[in-house]
Write a protein that binds this ligand. Structure first.
Ligand code: C2O
Length: 571
């Protein structure tokens, strides 16, 4: 195994897009940032040099970080931020996983421009599918013309309607839809040769939305997700949840021409005129297009017919179609089939908080209250002085001594059942009445697991979360996705729909809008691992918790001490 070494210099640069110069925080002057390419089993070393004015951490999304929780890069969970004009070296192995992952900053909303792809190739050099001729990253991101640190603050107190991305990018290209006069069309262009196979490594790096992805005139064969292989299946539309990665094969078997690839944001199905259609296009361009070919001019490639922007059914079936392919078998599958040590039922929803920590204030659109998001009625508070992992390792206290609260197995109030005949539960319409939200408390919520415990988590969306799906992401572990459904989870009925034969392994599960999803994992990686919704606004609003995994009985199952250059916390 080799050592893959990089230096990431984080600084602020001006980039010109949409006829505007915008000051953005990036790595090595690039948007998206540099790709990390490694072979399974390699050691990755990244020297992070922070020349930006912000405290920064980088998270290696989906990397299992076995016994290297210190390198996970979750701000205030595993480390305090790397302060301006200081450095920190991330060091971890990419072992036991192959495929596409990505890295992004994990403080405020800066990951909008601080992200890049991670490619882990098999040691044997061969895939469990025909080897593609060319591999291509396709990173779906957003272009923001706002101060992202401020945007994050706005999110944390309920958000503001002005906080929308300015455009959607494919591999950093915003495309012609957002062009200003006199500037040439600026799309990502993939040059293809007839008959060759292209592996598109799709990453959804957007803060806000799930995306539908299509290529006009071409079928896509899904072969992997979240750096795990899948049983291949062919489709013309792919759904990529926020934080998720999907690998697809595309054969260049269409008549030589130009075709658009398109990424369309899947928006809440609320008739809200404030929600624009967000779409980005790239071009698949064949070599040797015949001179007399019709509709192949640079201005008129064939556009795919996209799903409706409010379609939440296509993603439900897309994600329901994923089944795992584990060449050689997965040693964890027999364990999760056999016994479950911990059952957690986690409700996802929204509540209200009073400003200035007042205990009583009028709710619902009142200036004294704001909206928060929760798991089991507790809105997550990111510790302010010490990271969770440091407090745990050194026996310190979080939040100036106030500490953490345990995640409850059941919410303190049962989730409100979906009841579509109850007018209070009908989705919000413009000019209509906001649903009144229950007061919610804020705390740093953690849950401890014994080493090697088998954990089942059922995520249940609630009636307070009517318009959004929730892409729930767990750090430090892959989990098996056993089932998903619409409406309220019913253990007696729904356990029978669990796929314990060939469930897909993921690090992010799309919990359907107005529905639930069930996962199981083995808590075999000591440390403190963030669990959160990968919609940035949900995370900032508090839809998060920390899973702490105890050390095992041996040195090989014990978290080593932190690296000596780990940033100091302020207290
Ligand atoms: Cu990609 Cu904690 O996230």
């Amino acid at each position: 195994a080799a050592v893959v070494e990089h230096t990431f210099v984080v600084n602020q640069v001006r980039m010109r897009h949409l006829c505007n110069d915008t000051l953005v925080t990036v790595v090595n002057g690039q948007f998206p940032g540099p790709a990390l390419e490694a072979t399974e089993g390699d050691t990755v070393v990244v020297h992070l040099v922070n020349q930006s004015p912000y405290g920064i951490t980088i998270h290696w999304h989906g990397v299992k970080q076995r016994l290297t929780c210190w390198a996970d890069g979750a701000g205030m969970i595993t480390q305090c931020p790397i302060q301006p004009n200081t450095t920190f070296t991330y060091r971890f192995d990419v072992t036991g996983q192959e495929g596409t992952l990505w890295w992004h900053s994990h403080v405020s909303a800066l990951r909008a421009t601080l992200h890049g792809i991670i490619v882990i190739r098999p040691r044997s050099g061969s895939y469990p599918f025909p080897k593609p001729d060319v591999e291509v990253p396709v990173i779906i991101g957003e272009w923001w013309q706002r101060d992202l640190v401020k945007v994050d603050k706005n999110f944390s107190i309920g958000g503001s309607f002005d906080d929308n991305p300015a455009a959607i990018a494919i591999n950093g290209k915003l495309g012609d839809l957002y062009n200003c006069s006199g500037v040439a069309e600026d799309n990502f262009v993939l040059d293809v040769e007839p008959g060759k196979t292209y592996m598109l490594r799709l990453v959804n790096a957007a803060l806000f939305s799930e995306y539908y992805f299509k290529v006009a005139g071409h079928k896509l064969t899904v072969v992997g997700a979240d750096a795990n292989y899948l049983k291949p299946f062919t489709t013309d539309v792919v759904a990529v949840a926020a934080g998720e990665t999907i690998d697809v094969l595309m054969v260049a078997d269409a008549p030589p021409c130009r075709y658009y690839m398109a990424a369309l944001a899947n928006q809440p199905p609320v008739p809200d005129p404030q929600i624009p259609v967000f779409v980005s296009r790239g071009v698949v361009q064949y070599s040797n297009i015949p001179k007399d070919a019709k509709n192949c001019t640079e201005k008129s490639p064939l556009m795919p017919v996209m799903p409706d922007q409010h379609d939440t059914i296509t993603t439900f079936y897309f994600h329901g179609n994923l089944t795992g392919l584990q060449p050689g078998g997965n040693p964890l599958l027999p364990q999760v089939r056999g016994r479950v040590d911990e059952h957690l039922f986690l409700t996802l929803g929204k509540g209200s908080m009073c400003t200035n920590n007042k205990t009583s204030c009028k709710r619902g659109g009142n200036p004294e209250s704001f909206e928060v998001a929760y798991i089991n009625n507790v809105s997550f508070h990111l510790p302010d002085t010490t990271a969770v992992l440091q407090a745990r390792y050194y026996g310190g206290k979080l939040n100036g001594g106030r500490g953490a609260v345990p995640v409850q197995d059941l919410p303190s109030r049962p989730p409100r059942a979906f009841n579509f005949t109850d007018p209070a539960l009908i989705p919000v319409v413009p000019g209509g009445k906001m649903e009144e939200l229950e007061p919610t408390r804020k705390a740093t919520m953690t849950r401890r697991f014994a080493y090697n415990a088998t954990v089942e988590v059922v995520f249940q969306s609630t009636a307070t979360m009517q318009s959004d799906s929730n892409p729930m992401h767990l750090h430090g572990h892959d989990f098996f996705v056993l089932a998903q459904g619409h409406g309220n989870y019913d253990a007696a009925r729904d356990v029978r729909s669990y796929n314990l034969v060939d469930p897909p392994m993921k690090n992010t599960v799309q919990v359907p809008r107005l529905g639930w999803a069930a996962i199981r994992f083995v808590a075999d990686n000591p440390g403190a691992w963030f669990l959160h919704c990968h919609f940035e606004f949900h995370m900032a609003m508090g839809m998060a918790a920390v899973f702490e995994v105890d050390n095992g009985p041996t040195l090989e199952t014990t978290l080593p001490p932190p690296p000596s250059d780990l940033p100091k916390c302020t207290r």
